[in-house]
Design a protein around this ligand. Structure first.
Ligand SMILES: C[S@@+](CC[C@H](N)C(=O)[O-])C[C@H]1O[C@@H](n2cnc3c(N)ncnc32)[C@H](O)[C@@H]1O
Length: 401
């Protein structure tokens, strides 16, 4: 597509500290505009970090819902990591301007921008439970996304990827969604192909993240209704961890990763000598043992009912010879899911450092050391994605063009 002014240009929504940006620039893309705004916060730490690193893009620190599409340059690829929220449709607008999603639900901002800008490719990231949400109408929210993008002429492919399955040092599971409205790319990827060929062979994801059928799993099919409001009202479907939707015909299959390459572990990203403040105080060890241990306790609900609460044990300390557990935004708050390791050089228990958290996501060391308090450095990494996965996806799109 030489001569196309939008060629290779990327718009990054919900940019955080720039995981998409880092991965995509390594695969030859150019980010022209990014938007990052943390609701309700005076200091915008993630934005400040992003803006200090990336000087070549226009970086907006605004609620995306207040950014008019006319301010967004034409682009070839739209990307963003957005939250799993309730995407149900309140009503259909009478004036044919489309559907009315709930305010503050960020999917509708992506949909608005895609509708107005029609990028050739879209690449999105969400948590793994997106495919099954909400509990009372399983698959509704993902069905809404498929119906919206199908109505704009996109084909959609998704895959839930655990970064550790492809050699990365963290067991971070996320749903990635790739969409294209380019007819020749759609033809190349899906055309007359059989669903298992797409999902386990030459589709967008399987070509770079090889996989095989989960034992006993079968492909199931569903037609996505073209009326988004009716999807919202009554659609439900058990979407599996891989699938695609071409011209409204959807095929999904539970797959397992196939990988024989080098695998990294938590031990591989550990710093050699860290300040004393990261070590657990000997007096606190019993508290940590309790937090991490299995327990069954009696609790009282907000409505005053007593109930029994049980949770299993978490490995304590976290094993260094395996990939880490998922890092959460609460990593800094010293809770049950914070990682605790045995420092290899001292043999004492300690927390992970911010640099180790950056390494777990594949960010350069000290990436978030841009003036923010340390607790925010952990928070930003809990929000971020694994850069190497995005790099592979960015390359894959380049090859398809
Ligand atoms: C899941 S994080 C994305 C992280 C990013 N991919 C990274 O690698 O750092 C989502 C981001 O969206 C931002 N956000 C939430 N609501 C927003 C809004 N209304 N407008 C713009 N950004 C918003 C949050 O502050 C958060 O940084």
């Amino acid at each position: 597509m030489t001569g196309n002014p939008s060629e290779n240009k990327v718009v990054e929504l919900f940019a955080g500290v720039g995981g998409f940006h880092l991965g995509l620039e390594k695969s030859g893309w150019k980010i022209v505009l990014a938007d990052q705004w943390e609701p309700g916060k005076k200091r915008q730490w993630a934005f400040e970090c992003y803006d200090s690193h990336f000087k070549d893009s226009l970086n907006l620190n605004e609620d995306i819902s207040s950014v008019d599409a006319s301010r967004i340059p034409d682009h070839e690829l739209l990307v963003g990591g957005f939250p799993c929220q309730d995407y149900s449709v309140a009503s259909t607008l009478a004036n044919s301007k489309g559907i009315q999603g709930k305010k503050g639900v960020l999917w509708w901002e992506i949909y608005r921008i895609a509708t107005e800008k029609r990028p050739r490719f879209i690449l999105l990231e969400n948590v793994d439970r997106l495919l099954k949400s909400p509990a009372k109408q399983r698959g509704r929210d993902f069905g809404i996304i498929l119906a919206c993008l199908t109505s704009l002429g996109y084909s959609i492919e998704w895959r839930m990827i655990n970064a550790a399955d492809y050699g990365f040092p963290q067991r971070r599971r996320r749903t990635f969604i790739f969409a294209t409205m380019d007819g020749s790319v759609q033809e190349k990827l899906y055309g007359d192909r059989k669903a298992d060929e797409v999902l386990m062979g030459c589709g967008f994801f399987a070509a770079v993240f090889p996989c095989e059928r989960h034992i006993g799993a079968r492909i199931s099919d569903v037609v996505i209704p073209d009326d988004v409001k009716s999807v919202s009202d009554s659609f439900r479907f058990p979407f599996e961890n891989s699938g695609y939707c071409y011209e409204g015909n959807c095929h999904t299959l539970r797959v397992e990763a196939v990988y024989n390459g080098k695998s990294m572990t938590l031990g591989d990203i550990i710093q050699s000598s860290v300040p004393e403040k990261y070590y657990l105080k000997p007096d606190d060890e019993a508290k940590w043992q309790y937090m991490k241990g299995a327990k069954k306790v009696s609790r009282v609900s907000a409505a005053g009912f007593e109930y029994s609460f049980a949770e299993g044990a978490i490995a304590f300390p976290d094993p260094l010879d395996k990939p880490s557990r998922t890092m959460l935004t609460s990593e800094a708050s010293k809770n049950r899911s914070s990682h605790v390791v045995t420092d290899p050089s001292t043999g004492r228990l300690r927390l992970l450092t911010p640099v180790e958290c950056e390494r777990l996501n594949g960010f350069p060391d000290e990436w978030t050391n841009t003036g923010m308090p340390e607790s925010f450095r952990y928070f930003c990494m809990g929000n971020a994605l694994v850069v190497g996965l995005v790099e592979f996806m960015g390359k894959r799109i380049q090859e398809l063009k």
